[in-house]
Design a protein around this ligand. Structure first.
Ligand code: ATP
Length: 243
């Protein structure tokens, strides 16, 4: 069953620059779906169009449809999309540096009934024991990897149905990337959270994903099961650095 369906989406920035040029993709409920492509292809823009974060950046969807659970997305406000169950973890983490780890997690829960708080917090601390150890520390003093864990933990606090992850591996050492991807897989399997993952690290993303899309210059140019794309000679040559 489709959780999210995007059809022929066009997005323009500042009324002039056409960045998405008729993008279509489908995210099956319960899946990990990945969106890959070179710098500037429009991956982050796609996520922002879904989560309602475009407007704040002078971006506008000028045509196309975004269906969530079969219904047109009713609002372009990020707060309302969070209430509908969609949570985006932005590129570059964007945690609150002057708040403690636990205060940051508390912020993720602002749309949730108070009764869910301690259960969700325990879940996050089980997925990320490091966050439990550092719960009273100011988030700004955490390492890059720990901040990424915090950003994902904060999303889990919102009990999302659809988690949009924008380059969680950015700037992290390979071992840490594996750790983060393992946890994304667990959140998907154990919590049933559907994931749309934008990545530069195509090999890791395709190993993890049920389905993948490759975009170039504002459009999807190839799609298929993660395992199929991983073994496709064109993908290997252009995106995995093999030939
Ligand atoms: P990267 O992998 O480098 O993050 P991306 O595939 O996520 O790239 P986007 O960030 O969606 O690509 O950017 C797509 C294009 O839109 C780029 O040419 C970028 O310069 C432009 N763009 C992005 N945000 C804005 C904005 N707020 N105003 C104007 N142009 C923008």
């Amino acid at each position: 069953m489709s959780l999210l369906n995007v059809q022929n989406l066009e997005v323009v920035y500042n009324d002039v620059v056409l960045v998405l040029k008729g993008l279509s993709l489908n995210v099956a409920k319960g899946s990990i779906t990945t969106l890959l492509g070179a710098n500037g292809a429009g991956k982050s823009t796609t996520l922002k169009a879904i989560s309602g974060l475009l407007e704040g950046e002078d971006g506008k969807a000028t045509s196309g449809t975004i269906l969530y659970k079969g219904q047109p997305m009713s609002s372009k406000s990020p707060e309302k999309t969070v209430r509908q169950g969609i949570f985006q973890v932005m590129e570059g983490r964007r945690i609150f540096e002057d708040l403690t780890v636990e205060e940051n997690l508390r912020c993720g829960a602002y749309t949730q009934p108070a009764k869910n708080f301690s259960g969700n917090l325990e879940k996050v601390y089980t997925y990320f024991p490091r966050l439990r150890e550092r719960k009273a520390q100011l988030a700004g003093y955490m390492s890059g990897g720990e901040q990424q864990m915090l950003a994902i933990g904060r999303a889990v606090m919102a009990s999302p149905e659809l988690l949009l992850l924008d380059e969680p591996s950015l700037g992290l050492a390979p071992l840490l990337v594996e750790e983060i991807f393992d946890i994304v897989k667990k959140i998907n399997k154990e919590e049933g959270v559907t994931v749309l993952l934008v990545e530069q690290n195509a090999r890791m993303a395709l190993s993890l994903a049920d389905y993948g899309y490759i975009m170039e210059n504002g459009r999807i140019v190839m799609d298929g099961k993660g395992s199929e794309l991983l073994h496709n000679p064109d993908v290997q040559e252009f995106y995995l650095g093999l030939s």
